[in-house]
Write a protein of this length. Structure first.
Length: 180
C-alpha cells in the first residue's frame, strides 16, 4: 500500500499532463492547452498555474495507488488459494497464475474506478477550487452513482494485461527464488 501511495505521489505531475493532453481535443478551441509534449505540459502548468498545480488531484491519486496495490495483491492471493483449494488447480502452473491474475485485474479495475474517475475530473480541470468531495457529491447528484464506473472497460483493457504480466513475472521470480 505504501508503494502504491509513493507511486501516486511521484507520478502525479505526469498524470495531470497525460489526462489534460488526452482531454484537450474535447474542449472548445479557446480552452485547449495545446501542450506540444509532456515536458511542455509540465512547464506550462508550472508557469501558468504555479508549482502547486502539479499536486492537483493528489488525494484521489494516492487513494487510487493504495487501492490498486492492495486490491491486486490481496485478490490475487485469494483467487489463487480459492482455485487451488476448490478446483484443484496446481499452484505452480501458469494457468493458475494467469487465471488468478485475470480475476485480480477485474477486482482492481472495479475497486479503483471511482478514484480514477474522480482524479481525472480534478486533474483535467483548471482553476476550479471545488473539493474532491464536492465534485463527487455533484457528480452523484447530476449523473447518478454509475458515473464512478465510466471508462471501466478501457481501464480494464489496460490494467488486465498489466496485472497478468506482473503476477506471472512475480511467480517466476518466486520459482527461481530471485529477490526472495
Amino acid at each position: 500500500m505504501f508503494a502504491g501511495a509513493v507511486g501516486g505521489l511521484i507520478g502525479n505531475p505526469s498524470d495531470i499532463v497525460n489526462i489534460r493532453m488526452q482531454n484537450d481535443k474535447t474542449l472548445p478551441k479557446e480552452q485547449q492547452r495545446n501542450y506540444k509534449h509532456a515536458i511542455d505540459g509540465l512547464i506550462k502548468i508550472t508557469k501558468d498555474e504555479g508549482v502547486s498545480a502539479l499536486l492537483k488531484g493528489l488525494g484521489p491519486n494516492l487513494v487510487r495507488g493504495v487501492l490498486m496495490t492492495a486490491s491486486q495483491v490481496v485478490s490475487y492471493d485469494l483467487f489463487k488459494s480459492f482455485l487451488v483449494k476448490n478446483f484443484e488447480f496446481d499452484p505452480t502452473t501458469k494457468t493458475t497464475h494467469f487465471t488468478s491474475s485475470l480475476f485480480a485485474g477485474l477486482v482492481a479495475t472495479t475497486v479503483c474506478s471511482p478514484a480514477d474517475v474522480l482524479k481525472t475530473r480534478i486533474m483535467s480541470s483548471s482553476g476550479s477550487k471545488q473539493s474532491a468531495v464536492g465534485i463527487l457529491m455533484n457528480a452523484v447528484k447530476t449523473e447518478g452513482v454509475g458515473f464512478m464506473f465510466r471508462g471501466w472497460t478501457p481501464a480494464f483493457i489496460r490494467l488486465g494485461p498489466h496485472t497478468i504480466l506482473t503476477f506471472i513475472a512475480l511467480e517466476q521470480l518466486r520459482k527461481y527464488r530471485i529477490g526472495m
